[in-house]
Every structure is written in structure tokens, then in C-alpha cells.
Design a binder for this molecule. Structure first.
Ligand SMILES: *Cc1c(COP(=O)(O)O)cnc(C)c1O
Length: 396
């Protein structure tokens, strides 16, 4: 029976390959950190979401081990049957405290948090108004609800206002946006979004995956950056990026919303509890961020230093307030050649091109981390300059 689809699969795979879109996975033989073992040698990693440099932090590794010793390996249950430990409640409280929200619900991943947030809250009389560049998991989550869907151009407040005007007849409306958009590194204008939401009586949801731990004076995310505490109804986020980099997601916000999600959100009700090791390390991680802002300060310094050096060298860099730095090359082939030459120079970065970014907007995305030392940044900039000259992008 497999024969017919096997032929189709082979054709699809060949087509993906022929279009140059086949994704190959490079194998890392060390922990995830600034310097990683890849293939024969080591390279400096500038393409992980390891914003606070915590992916291999000894305190988190120790906390994960300690939680396994005290609370075991797995939960063998969903939360509401017999899968809730004291640790889960402690982590949920730590997240609420960090975001200054009323309550928090954990998921196996932010993909699940976004997949499970719309369907319980919004039905056919409601409207979800979504930024066009929102993450795939938001798009999928919206599809799972029966609400009417509206989209506006990335961070375009006039387009958002037009959607709000068009949807006045609906029961509930919610504006949904990523906090930081992953390809340009730009931040959603949350102050303006909140103003529009208040003017048009809509709710606000932000996905903080690339912004929490990163933006704002001490890294507390978009609420801190724009001082919009109390004006955002729902936040979703991940433990898989700045917050330790393992896995796990959450939704945090208004008490009644979280309470209803515990009753009705399908990825929460029908999927296993996060294991003690992850939860224990998560608690330790928020303790670390509570004790000191030094990791965030180092990240901010690194971003500033890298951007300054790259602009001085003559590179075309998108403005950003995040830890994502898009080095614009425009040409798709050039982006791939550039990234591959960077790897020869010991710098691991990824080139992105259509359809991941708009046509003729190819780029190399550099992600800075508190795990980078000054010498790592200098090596990265030096490699960019060397390859840039070689490929005729820079003079000299
Ligand atoms: C990474 C990311 C997710 C998915 O997070 P996981 O916890 O890895 O599932 C969701 N939304 C945005 C904006 C992201 O960047």
C-alpha cells in the first residue's frame, strides 16, 4: 500500500532539494554554548536562541539533577489527573512574578501554549487580529478556533486600526503579536497597540519568545520596554530560548483566562506534564534572574558592541532593540555563500532567504548572547569583514 505515496514523497523531496530548500542538520558534539564542537573542529555559535547564555549553565544543570533526585524523572500523567507536583506550582508562581501577572499555566512548549490559547476563549462571534509576521504556532492556534481572522501588515498601526474599525460588530476582539519578530529583530510597538486596544475595546496578547529576557531595561520583556504593565491580557513564552534553552512553554496573564485554559486548553489537558528536571531548572533560572540583572546587562553590551562594530565596518544592518541582528545581503545565493564562508572562518551563522524572508531581502541573522565574550565578538566581526571584502561587499 505504501507504493503510491512513496513515489509522491520521493518527488516532493526531490523538488525541495531542487528548489534549494532542503534543510540539513549540522551535528553538534558538545553542549550548546558560545563555542561548540561541530564536525572536525570548534566554531563560535551565533545562531542559537541562547540569549542569556544559560543553555549549559552549571547552576541549571545542577538544579535539573537535584530535581530529578528529589522528584524523579517523569510524571507519567497530564496535570489534572496526577501530573502536578509542588515544583510545577512554584515555577508557575515564578513566571507570574517575573511578568507581574496574576497566574500562569505551563505547557510542553510555546508551540502548545499558542496552539491552546485561542480555541477555548474565542468562538465564531469573535475576531482575532494578527500581525502578518506572527510565528507559525500563532497562525496554527488561530486556525484551531472558530473566530474570524484578520491580519495586518507587520507592526503597521494604521492597518491594525483599520482591522479594529472593521470588526466593531464582534463580541470579543483580540490583537495578537510577537514581541520581537525573529527575522528583522524589530519590536512590536506595544504602547501603540495597547492604546488602540483601549480605544477600540480589544484584548491584547503578546508572544514573548524572542523578547522575554532580552528587551527592556532589565530584560523583563515588552511590558518593561514600553511600560505597559497591566495593559496586556495574555502573554505566551518559552523556556526554550533566553530562559535556559531546554523546552517548555507558558501562558501568563489575567486570572480568569488562565483558569479557563486549565479547564479547556487541549494541549494542556491531553499532553504530559513537563518533567521535574526541566521544572527544577526553570525555578533556578528565575531565581538567578531575580538575584541579578548581570546576564541581561552583558547581553545588552554585546548587542551594542557588535552593532557598532558592524556598522563601522560598513555593513547594512536592520535597526533593532533585540538580540537579533539582521545583516542584509539581499541576494539569496550570496547569503548562502556568505554563511558557508563564515563557517570556514569558524563562525556559525545562518543565511535566510525567500520564502523565509521577503524576495530580495536575503540576510544573515546573527543572534547575540550573554555567553559571548568580547573576543568572540571580535572574531565574528573580523570574519564578516574578511568574507565581506572577499565577496566584494566591502571596499579594501
Ligand atoms: C520559538 C518560538 C515559539 C515556539 O516556542 P517553543 O517553546 O520552542 O515551542 C513560539 N513563538 C515564537 C514567536 C517563537 O519564536
Amino acid at each position: 500500500m505504501y507504493g503510491k505515496i512513496k513515489t509522491w514523497l520521493a518527488d516532493e523531496l526531490t523538488a525541495i532539494e531542487a528548489a534549494g530548500l532542503y534543510k540539513r542538520e549540522r551535528i553538534i558534539a558538545s553542549p550548546q554554548r558560545a563555542s561548540i564542537a561541530v564536525g572536525e573542529g570548534t566554531v563560535l555559535n551565533f545562531c542559537a536562541n541562547n540569549y542569556l547564555g544559560l543553555s549549559a549553565h552549571p547552576r541549571l544543570v545542577a538544579a535539573a539533577k537535584a530535581a530529578m533526585d528529589s522528584h524523579g524523572f517523569g510524571m507519567s500523567s497530564v496535570r489534572f489527573i496526577c501530573g502536578t507536583q509542588d515544583l510545577h506550582k512554584t515555577l508557575e508562581e515564578a513566571i507570574s512574578k517575573y511578568f507581574r501577572t496574576e497566574d500562569t499555566i505551563l505547557y510542553a512548549a510555546c508551540f502548545d501554549a499558542n496552539g491552546g490559547v485561542f480555541e477555548p476563549l474565542f468562538g465564531e462571534n469573535d475576531a482575532i487580529i494578527s500581525d502578518m509576521l506572527n510565528h507559525a504556532s500563532i497562525i496554527d492556534g488561530v486556525r484551531l478556533s472558530k473566530a474570524k481572522r484578520y491580519r495586518y501588515e507587520n507592526a503597521d498601526m494604521a492597518a491594525l486600526e483599520a482591522c479594529l474599525r472593521d470588526t466593531q460588530g464582534h463580541r470579543f476582539r483580540i490583537i495578537v503579536t510577537d514581541g520581537v519578530f525573529s527575522m528583522d529583530g524589530n519590536v512590536a510597538p506595544m504602547n501603540k497597540i495597547c492604546e488602540l486596544a483601549e480605544r477600540y475595546d480589544a484584548l491584547v496578547m503578546v508572544d514573548e519568545c524572542h523578547s522575554a529576557g532580552v528587551v527592556g531595561k532589565t530584560g523583563r520583556g515588552v511590558s518593561e520596554l514600553f511600560d505597559v504593565y497591566g495593559r496586556i491580557d495574555i502573554y505566551t513564552g518559552t523556556l526554550g530560548k533566553a530562559f535556559g534553552g531546554a523546552i517548555g512553554g507558558f501562558t501568563t496573564g489575567r486570572r480568569e483566562i488562565i483558569e479557563l485554559l486549565r479547564q479547556r486548553s487541549r494541549p494542556y489537558l491531553f499532553s504530559n506534564s513537563i518533567p521535574p528536571a526541566i521544572v527544577g531548572a526553570g525555578i533556578e533560572m528565575f531565581r538567578m534572574l531575580d538575584e541579578s540583572d548581570e546576564l541581561h546587562a552583558k547581553l545588552a553590551d554585546n548587542v551594542e558592541y557588535f552593532r557598532t562594530q558592524m556598522l563601522a565596518a560598513g555593513f547594512d544592518i536592520k535597526p533593532t532593540q533585540s538580540a537579533i541582528c539582521a545583516v542584509m545581503l539581499y541576494d539569496a545565493k550570496l547569503s548562502q555563500l556568505f554563511a558557508s564562508r563564515m563557517l570556514d572562518e569558524g563562525i556559525y551563522v545562518t543565511g535566510f532567504y525567500y520564502p523565509v524572508v521577503p524576495k530580495d531581502q536575503a540576510r544573515i541573522r546573527v543572534q547575540l548572547s550573554a555567553g559571548h565574550e568580547r573576543e568572540h565578538l571580535d572574531k565574528c566581526v573580523a570574519a564578516f569583514i574578511k568574507v565581506g571584502r572577499e565577496l566584494g561587499l566591502l571596499d579594501g
